[in-house]
Design a binder for this molecule. Structure first.
Ligand code: SF4
Length: 538
């Protein structure tokens, strides 16, 4: 892209003048100030009293988005003003930050769903809990309940340091490289809610983990600390910067440094500061840190980080070892203390308050009460003595929470879609559930690893470009020439290796979706060589 006469809006180069509406909103009032207005004003004066700049801007810093008005079809997305798409209710995201949840925390999350969110709750691929149907009047009571168990919605969305990913088995897994919890806690306690980082050019996603299966998908986060062991046998982290999918997918670049655990908080602060100061603020679609590092390269980024922000050089370090196992932690596996963890698969992350309460009861009856959410919209009961594992699995199955799911249920994810999302063009959650149910019937013996992810629009909240079969929602033309819901197909994506091939014209209507996917999977099953993955075959 040629240089722009007003620059790219990089603060460090003196371009302080806000260059678009989002930048103006953030400059006019720090988004973190809206929390107080919600409690003291809007929750009392009601939806109609909310300043539009808060409603469609600053509310996000507290995990609140207006949800899509029911019944507006996908053809209207983008063509009618946002206020016409707005429902009078909110989607609310609670940041968990990859932490293990106590039974008390899970019950509070469950009770909020039942009491304030019409029994909705989705597990997102960033280990958040997402509710729908939240009324502004109820937000202070929800925040009080969350706060009573150490949870928050602060900076769950917005141009801010959003929820961190951490391995749900941190401190527990037999084969972990190190437990990243103390480092994740330290960053969270120091910087979440700090006005130093509440006005970033765009969202900033953090992953930190010592998981030997790389379950926190460091390849597609803005910043990732990945557990490694250096030549001297010390444990620490490799550092990756600038991964992200959306409409311009890029894998993160490895800086090749070795970060000691005690340095993590200052290195995180350095990287986010480089982004805040040098990030591109002129165009929203070029504002993620991936564009900066793509222009600079890893070497220059490391140089600026060390010279201008850290004031010292980081030593070179080794790259992470390849993942040891499938990344999802589903199934029954041993922990390092001799107990077991039991990972199970709700369909496309969809649970509800009643189920979450039932899971809390089961976790207490059969384990220590602790649970965790995965980065693939799944869940885990921790600390289960071996003799309890099968009984727990049976009880979970009664709630349709499968410990030994088919590959289709285990490896599918879907974003929020047209049911609630204002950017959506098509339905996603229910359609993916229907698709996987039908594939289970038609292909009952298929058991090769295969991911099927579905998005409701060109953004990539459910990672279509790194799925074996990625389905990106859009309007397509059917055999009769009508515009109908359908999907652009991406084939053979692999995390950190390659993005799925988008074959021009390879689309399907939603009505033909199941037949299409069945055909592809059958052909792969018939033609594949021994051990050949879907990505290699395609
Ligand atoms: Fe909404 Fe699109 Fe993200 Fe799905 S991918 S949740 S439709 S923005």
């Amino acid at each position: 892209m040629p240089p722009h006469k007003r620059g790219e809006g990089q603060w460090a180069l003196g371009y302080r003048e806000p260059l678009n509406k989002n930048e103006e909103t953030k400059k006019n009032d720090d988004p973190l100030n809206v929390g107080r207005r919600i409690v003291e004003i809007y929750s009392k004066t009601g939806f109609d009293s909310i300043d539009p700049a808060d409603l469609r801007g600053r509310f996000r810093w507290y995990g609140l988005y207006t949800q899509r008005k029911p019944g507006i079809d996908g053809g209207k997305t983008g063509s009618i003003p946002e206020e016409e798409l707005d429902d009078r209710y909110f989607m609310m995201r609670v940041r968990i930050d990859g932490r293990q949840l106590s039974a008390a925390q899970l019950r509070v999350l469950a009770d909020i769903s039942v009491k304030y969110a019409r029994n909705t709750a989705d597990i997102t691929d960033r280990q958040n809990i997402q509710y729908h149907w939240i009324a502004i009047e109820d937000v202070p009571a929800i925040w009080d309940a969350l706060e009573s168990v150490g949870l928050t919605t602060m900076e769950a969305c917005g141009d801010s340091p959003r929820a961190f990913l951490n391995c749900p088995l941190a401190g527990i897994a037999e084969d972990e490289i190190l437990d990243a919890t103390p480092q994740a806690d330290e960053i969270r306690e120091r910087y979440i809610g700090s006005k130093e980082f509440s006005n970033l050019p765009r969202k900033f996603k953090t992953a930190i983990s010592g998981c030997s299966s790389h379950c926190t998908v460091h390849e597609i986060n803005d910043i990732s600390f990945v557990g490694v062991v250096n030549e001297a046998g010390e444990v620490g982290y490799d550092l990756f910067v600038g991964g992200g999918l959306s409409t311009n997918p890029m894998f993160a670049k490895r800086l090749g440094v070795f970060v000691r655990p005690e340095q993590v908080h200052e290195v995180w602060k350095g990287v986010i500061s480089v982004f805040r100061d040098y990030g591109y603020r002129r165009l929203r679609h070029r504002a993620r840190i991936k564009f900066l590092i793509s222009d600079w390269g890893a070497e220059k980024f490391r140089d600026v980080l060390q010279k201008e922000y850290l004031g010292y050089e980081l030593p070179d370090g080794p790259p992470p070892a390849p993942p040891k196992a499938q990344r999802d932690h589903v199934g029954i596996h041993r922990q390092k203390d001799g107990n077991y963890y039991v990972g199970f698969a709700p369909r496309v992350g969809r649970v509800n308050g009643e189920k979450l309460n039932a899971i809390a009861d089961l976790a207490e009856r059969y384990g220590s009460g602790r649970t965790a959410l995965t980065t693939e919209q799944k869940m885990i009961v921790l600390d289960v003595p071996q003799e309890n594992t099968e009984a727990l699995a049976e009880e979970l199955e009664k709630h349709d929470l499968q410990v030994r799911p088919s590959v289709f249920r285990r490896q599918s994810m879907a974003c929020t879609g047209i049911e609630y999302c204002k950017l959506a063009i098509v339905e996603t959650k229910q359609r993916t559930m229907d698709l996987t149910d039908e594939l289970e019937k038609r292909l009952p013996t298929f058991d090769r690893p295969l991911t099927i992810n579905m998005n409701g629009c060109p953004n990539s909240c459910a990672r279509v470009q790194v799925a074996d079969i990625g389905l990106k929602g859009q309007l397509v033309v059917d055999e009769d020439g009508n515009q109908v819901e359908g999907y652009q197909i991406h084939l053979g994506g692999q995390l950190g290796e390659t993005f799925g091939k988008k074959v021009r014209g390879l689309k399907t209507t939603s009505a033909n979706l199941t037949d299409y996917v069945e055909r592809v999977v059958r052909r792969y099953d018939e033609q594949r060589a021994e051990g050949e993955t879907f990505a290699q075959w395609v």
